[in-house]
Write a protein that binds this ligand. Structure first.
Ligand SMILES: [Zn+2]
Length: 269
C-alpha cells in the first residue's frame, strides 16, 4: 500500500501535470469507487479547475474551484496513470478524469476510493489522524510527548495512523532499521536516547524515500523517471535472506501482529 513518500511523490508530479487544469469530464466505470451517484459526481466536477493538490497521511486531496474536494485513498493495489488513450496501461480503469488532452486514470481501486466531499466532510473523515511526521511543527519535543505512555511494539505503533500519519509496512521497517532498533521492541521500553534515534530515523527515512520517488511499481506517465526509484535504496523491506547493507548479517522476516516485518538482528537491538 502506498505510504507517505509514494503519495508525496504523486502529489508533486501531479501538481506539475494538472494543477490549474480543468476537468472536462469524469468517467466512472466502478460506482463503488465513489461515494455519491455517478450523475452527482459528474455534475460537481464538470468544468472544475484543480486548484491544488494536498497530501494528508496516505490520502491525496484534489481541491476544486467550487470548494469541493476529491479525497483519494489508493489502499492496497491502487495506482494512477496520467496520459491518453494511446499510452494508457492495458488495465481495467475504475475512474477517469478527462482534462481535454490527457486523462488521469485511477487503476486498481478495489479497496481504494475517490470520494467527493465538502471541506467540512473531509475534516471529519480525517479527524482521527495523528500528526504529519514531516510537518515543521513536529519537533523532537512533540515526538517525545507523543511516545509517553505508549505500550505497543514499535512496528504496530509506527503504522498506527492515529499515532503518526502516513507510515505503513515498508517505512516502519526502514525507520526501525535506520534507528538500529528492533521493530518488536515496545515503545515504553525505549530509553531517552532510543526515542531520539527513532525520531531522527523518521525524519530522515521519509524525505529520502520521497526524493527517490517512492516505491510504486508503475510510472505515473510516459518517461516518468522518478516514480519507483526508491526500490534500490530500501535496506530491509522485502529483503528476507539477503545480507544487511550495514553489518552483513542476514535480513530476517516475521509477522508481527499479522504485519510483514523485515529486520536485522546483527545491527538492530
Ligand atoms: Zn545489520
Amino acid at each position: 500500500m502506498p505510504e507517505l513518500p509514494e503519495m508525496e511523490n504523486y502529489k508533486k508530479l501531479l501538481t506539475e501535470k494538472i494543477a490549474e487544469k480543468t476537468i472536462m469530464n469524469a468517467m466512472i466505470k466502478r460506482e463503488k469507487s465513489i461515494n455519491v451517484p455517478i450523475k452527482t459526481f459528474q455534475q460537481q466536477v464538470h468544468s472544475q479547475k484543480i486548484i491544488s493538490i494536498e497530501r494528508r497521511a496516505k490520502h491525496l486531496l484534489f481541491h476544486l474551484e467550487n470548494g469541493y474536494i476529491l479525497l483519494l485513498h489508493l489502499m492496497l493495489g491502487g495506482w494512477m496513470y496520467y496520459g491518453n488513450e494511446e499510452d494508457k496501461p492495458d488495465r481495467s480503469i475504475q475512474v477517469e478524469l478527462y482534462f481535454g488532452d490527457n486523462s488521469l486514470y485511477f487503476i486498481g481501486l478495489r479497496l481504494g476510493y475517490l470520494h467527493l466531499f465538502t471541506k467540512k466532510e473531509v475534516d471529519s473523515e480525517l479527524s482521527d489522524l495523528g500528526p504529519e511526521p514531516l510537518d515543521i511543527n513536529f519537533s523532537l519535543n512533540a515526538f517525545q510527548d507523543l511516545t509517553k505512555g505508549k505500550k505497543g511494539k514499535l512496528k504496530t505503533t509506527l503504522v498506527d495512523q492515529k499515532f503518526l500519519a502516513g507510515i505503513g509496512n515498508c517505512y516502519s521497517d526502514e525507520i526501525c532499521f535506520e534507528a538500529q532498533l528492533l521493530p518488536t521492541r515496545t515503545m515504553n521500553n525505549l530509553n531517552d536516547q532510543e526515542v531520539v534515534q527513532l525520531y531522527h530515523a523518521i525524519r530522515s527515512v521519509l524525505p529520502t524515500a520521497t526524493e527517490h520517488g517512492g516505491y510504486m511499481e508503475n510510472p505515473l506517465f510516459t518517461n516518468d523517471q522518478k516514480t519507483g526509484g526508491v526500490s534500490n535504496f530500501l535496506k530491509v523491506y522485502d529483503r528476507e535472506g539477503e545480507s544487511c547493507k550495514r553489518c552483513g548479517a542476514t535480513i530476517l522476516f516475521k509477522e508481527v501482529s499479522s504485519r510483514k516485518c523485515f529486520y536485522c538482528t546483527g545491527c538492530q537491538h
